[in-house]
Design a protein around this ligand. Structure first.
Ligand code: SF4
Ligand code: SF4
Length: 199
């Protein structure tokens, strides 16, 4: 019996599909180029041309429901809320959270994280860690994506200090500050003010 999802001979040639794809790309390219040129001289403004964002020089503001990078939330005294209970690390399907628990000097607090790290090369940004936390100690509401440059794994590990700093910057300078800082750092690296190091 013939399988209903089998490709026909015409489809298996692939050439018509390749030609069809090229026609669409070439048509779009020339249409957009022509319209952008016409728009700059004030003609055909009612016809819309495609626009792209010149990232990283420009970037679109992320929507309010954007699931950003992680942060560790803080108590009023500035210390971490996290009690190193390991629930987030247990729930994490990518096994990318590393916690080292320590005795807290305050006897009313059982433990705190001496070390709390997220390996962003493994993280799939599913939010399970946030869901699992009973203390609201970890959130993904930073409106920033993780750092995208580096030459070694350590460059992509977000440490406790990084995760705490995100909460401070967010609290002091508002929702877009972390993204602005990230783009600023990227530009400085691109201009050679901060070197990209391979060591
Ligand atoms: S977002 Fe998902 S993959 Fe990333 S650390 Fe949290 S639980 Fe793990
Ligand atoms: S972030 Fe939350 S779930 Fe993870 S160890 Fe800390 S208190 Fe537990």
């Amino acid at each position: 019996m013939k399988r209903r999802d089998a490709l026909t001979l015409w489809e298996r040639l692939y050439l018509p599909q390749i030609v069809g794809g090229l026609v669409v790309v070439i048509y779009r390219f020339w249409r957009n180029l022509t319209l952008h040129v016409l728009h700059t001289v004030g003609i055909a403004r009612n016809l819309r041309a495609s626009v792209t964002v010149q990232y990283p020089d420009e970037h679109k503001r992320y929507p309010d429901n954007f699931r950003g990078s992680h942060r560790l939330t803080l108590k009023e005294d500035g210390s971490v809320r996290c009690t190193a209970c390991f629930l987030c690390a247990t729930a994490c399907p990518a096994h990318c959270i590393l916690i080292e628990a320590g005795e807290h000097p305050d006897p009313s607090v059982e433990k705190f994280p001496l070390r709390y790290e997220i390996d962003t090369l493994r993280c799939i940004y599913c939010g399970m860690c946030v869901e699992a936390c009973p203390c609201d100690a970890i959130r993904m509401d930073t409106y920033v994506h993780p750092k995208i440059w580096g030459y070694k794994r350590a460059d992509f590990i977000e440490t406790k200090a990084v995760l705490i700093n995100r909460s401070k910057v967010l609290g002091e300078r508002g929702r877009d500050a972390l993204m602005e800082d990230l783009l600023e750092e990227y530009k400085e690296r691109e201009e050679g003010k901060i070197p990209f190091t391979r060591t």
